[in-house]
Each structure stands twice: as C-alpha cells, then as structure tokens.
Design a protein around this ligand. Structure first.
Ligand SMILES: [Fe+2]
Length: 274
C-alpha cells in the first residue's frame, strides 16, 4: 500500500512538474512577443476560394500581417454557403498546402489549419455528416472535436438561431457562433445564457472593437467580453486594408478589463477554470 502511494505521488509530482514547465515555457514565449492574441480561429486567408485573399501573394501578405500582430496559429475558415458553388475540401486542402509551402521558410513557428465558416441552413448537417464541410481543428485554442464555426444573416430571427444550436448539438456538433456581436436579435433578448446552455460557444471579431469596420458592434463586443461570455477571438480578416487582422485595440481592452485567467483564455487559448 505504502509503495503504491509513493508510486502515485511520484506520478502526480511528475505530471505537476511537466505542467509547470509547459506553463513556464508558454509564459516565456508570451513575454518574448508581449501581450498579444496568439491564435486566430476565423480568417479568410486561403487564396482564391472566397471573398478573402485573392491570390497567393495576397494570402502570404495577410499571413505576414497576422504574424506581426503576434498570431502564431491561424485557422483558415473559407465561407461555406449552402446552395452555392463551394470549393471542395480537396481544393481547400490544396490551397492550404500551397500557402503553407509559401510561408514556411519565413515563419517556422507559424501554424495554419483548415476549417470553414458555415452559413447555417438545416441542410448543412447532412453536408457535415458527409464530410463536405470542414470542422474546426481539435485542440487549437482549446476547441473540442466536432466543433463547427457557424454564421447567420445579421438580422436572422432568434428562434432560427436557437433552433440551429439545438439541432447541431443534437447531431453531435459544437457550434461556435461567429462574430456573435452582430446578431441584434440575440442582443435584444439578452439570450447569451440561453444559447450557452443549449450548447453554443461564442467568437468575437477583433475588428468589432475598433472604430472602423464593424464599429457599430463595438459596444456589444465589449460588453460580451466584460461580462465573460466570449470564448474565442477571431480577426475575420478578408484583406490587407479595412478588413485586416488588427488586434491591438482588442488586446488592450482585454488586458484592462479581464481577469488574468480569462485574458489568457481569450488571448492564448488556455483552457482552465476562471
Ligand atoms: Fe468570416
């Protein structure tokens, strides 16, 4: 019994020591780059597949811009719109390879993954089940297996959004509502808690906190961060100008407003109780 206890204690101490080392490494990395957003789960950075990067040189320039902001993990999330001609998963993977190859020499510590931003309709569940749509990469920023990034028309009716969350969860998916600050019906009903309880997670656009594109959503986005509803940040970058990866104001607001564990959750994707 004594030996067993000693063995368990040694195992615990080893795990604790590994976790501590891992945490110290992350803290060192974060200190090196400074306080910044380390991951981006929403970006239209893949070349020539949607209304984002037009070609490979523009996509590479967008990567450079994101890297300069401190971002080290990007999930490329091209639009998927039911009933329209969407690039196949094979095409998306080819474009991802092309972009990774183009920037790998320049940025050894940058990782780019593949997802989709899905414009919700009930039919997308079949498309997901058939593998026609990309789910989000598991483990990045703490995302679980079967997580999907979903958007709606800005004026979509609340019962439709709620029904979408219920259906997606019923079929085993975890829906992240993209740029949740945009949906006026959710805000008008203050339905954030109800949606969370139904299984939704929320992504906030960093551009939503700036005076500029999406300035109309700044107040809501800030409130969602302040009240602790936000789960993930995304740049929703489409280009190098008005809709570029621009995170500084968001990072500043988060560092002033949030507790350290919540700040680390939002900026570094560190999943822990806070
Ligand atoms: Fe988007």
């Amino acid at each position: 019994m004594g030996r067993q206890m000693a063995f368990l204690k040694a195992g615990f101490l080893q795990r604790f020591s590994n976790q501590k080392k891992e945490q110290e490494k992350k803290t060192e990395n974060n200190k090196e780059i400074g306080l910044c957003m380390r991951y981006d789960i929403h970006s239209h950075i893949l070349p020539g597949v949607d209304d984002g990067a037009k070609d490979l040189s523009m996509a590479a320039a967008m990567v450079r811009q994101a890297y300069a902001e401190g971002i080290r993990q990007i999930v490329a999330t091209p639009h998927y719109t039911p009933g329209k001609q969407n690039p196949s998963v094979k095409t998306l993977r080819e474009r991802l390879d092309m972009l990774q190859t183009a920037v790998s020499d320049e940025f050894a510590d940058l990782e780019i993954y593949l997802g989709n931003e899905i414009f919700y309709s009930p039919s997308v569940i079949d498309d997901l089940d058939m593998g026609k749509i990309m789910m989000m990469p598991e483990g990045i920023a703490g995302m679980m297996d079967h997580t999907v990034l979903v958007e709606f028309a800005p004026g979509e009716l609340y019962p439709i959004i709620y029904d979408a969350v219920k259906r997606l969860t019923l079929y085993g998916y975890i829906p992240i509502l993209a740029h949740v600050e945009r949906y006026r019906e959710i805000e008008a009903r203050n339905a954030y808690q109800e949606l969370k309880e139904a299984g939704a997670q929320f992504q906030i656009n960093t551009a939503g906190l700036k005076n500029g594109y999406q300035a109309q959503f700044t107040k809501t986005a800030r409130k969602l961060i302040r009240d602790g509803w936000a789960d993930y940040l995304g740049t929703d970058a489409h280009n190098l100008n008005l809709r570029r990866a621009d995170t500084k104001e968001t990072v500043e607001y988060i560092s002033k407003t949030c507790s350290v564990p919540y700040r680390d959750r939002l900026l570094y994707g560190e999943v822990q109780a806070f």
